[in-house]
Ligand binder design. Structure first.
Ligand SMILES: NC(=O)c1ccc[n+]([C@@H]2O[C@H](COP(=O)([O-])OP(=O)(O)OC[C@H]3O[C@@H](n4cnc5c(N)ncnc54)[C@H](OP(=O)(O)O)[C@@H]3O)[C@@H](O)[C@H]2O)c1
Length: 285
């Protein structure tokens, strides 16, 4: 029986990245469909839950992709509403690679520095990757702050994290060198999750920081998010701190993404979102 993965993308055209990784994760056939919304998903779900016998249903799975995390969360919720009894298939949410990227970054951090009791700052943490990483760091026992150029946006993101995961994180403003230095007061862990090609933290500012133990940068596009970190850095020591660049932890992200896709076909009732994906990342790191 063929393993079918329906890639339901909230953007008008489904992205190619998730299609490729879905094949590499073991799907026999990937069907990318763009323009998916909670209003048009019911027919798609019906086609996956009513077509195969109970024992064969695990060979059909759903993957929610797209650039908009809020739209992805809404689509996942709508998909789950259409499931009942054993009429369900496994589903994974990874809008913008948010869950797999955040999980890989936080798993790498936790390997070197236990987040429990530490102060972690997620710079530009208002995007999909930053919000998910904030949840994972907080679940590991860190006191977490996520920053934005605008305090109001940081507060909105913190409220979204609380609403989705019941996790409390602080909201801080960091829009220039001075406010970023203030946001990093007392920080032991920094994870930079800003948009591609934007430097958020200068090398001179973290080099002399009294408390920082580890810095991880998710941005692979120059200029990188953290000055003085190489995109290939993988647990490298710089200025007495451990540093990871985006490609440095990106290999784990890809391995994790593929493993999660593979696990969708092991049963018909998995729901892979932040917590479950992070649990897998910790087993793999
Ligand atoms: N290494 C990997 O395997 C991997 C995989 C996927 C993604 N990524 C990377 O992870 C990073 C985060 O992804 P994402 O999708 O969460 O990011 P995103 O939503 O594109 O951006 C995150 C935040 O960056 C801030 N930002 C945007 N433009 C800015 C500017 N000109 N100056 C300063 N800040 C700016 C915004 O925060 P405010 O407006 O609130 O300030 C935004 O919410 C990206 O660099 C992405 O390329 C890496």
């Amino acid at each position: 029986m063929k393993k079918l993965l329906f890639q339901l993308d909230t953007d008008p055209i489904a992205n190619t990245f998730d299609t490729v990784v879905a094949y590499d994760g073991g799907a026999d056939h990937v069907i990318p469909i763009g323009g998916m919304t909670p209003r048009n998903v019911a027919t798609m779900v019906a086609g996956t839950i009513f077509t195969r016998s109970p024992k064969d249903k695990k060979n059909t799975a759903l993957f929610v992709s797209g650039s908009d995390m809020v739209a992805g969360e809404a689509l996942l919720a709508a998909i789950r509403k259409n499931f009942f009894a054993d009429f369900r298939v496994s589903v994974m949410l990874d809008s913008n690679g948010s869950n797999t990227t955040a999980a890989a970054a936080v798993a790498k951090i936790s390997r070197h520095v236990s987040p429990r009791g530490k102060r972690a700052v997620v710079l530009a943490g208002t995007g999909p990757v930053g919000q998910r990483a904030a949840v994972m760091l907080a679940r590991e026992g860190a006191s977490v702050a996520l920053s934005s150029r605008k305090l109001e946006r940081a507060q909105q993101a913190a409220a979204a994290v609380k609403a989705s995961f019941g996790v409390e994180v602080d909201a801080v403003q960091a829009g220039d060198a001075e406010s970023t230095r203030a946001a990093l007061a007392g920080a032991n862990i920094v994870l930079a999750t800003g948009a591609a090609g934007i430097e958020l933290l200068a090398e001179d500012d973290w080099r002399v920081h009294p408390d920082l133990e580890i810095l991880v940068d998710a941005n692979a596009t120059p200029p990188l998010g953290i000055g003085g970190v190489d995109t290939m850095d993988r647990g490298k020591e710089r200025h007495g701190r451990i540093v990871y660049g985006a490609i440095g932890f990106g290999a784990l992200k890809l391995e994790l993404h593929r493993a999660c896709v593979a696990s969708l076909f092991e049963r018909n009732d998995l729901v892979l979102d932040a917590d479950e994906i992070y649990t897998r990342a910790k087993q793999m790191v």
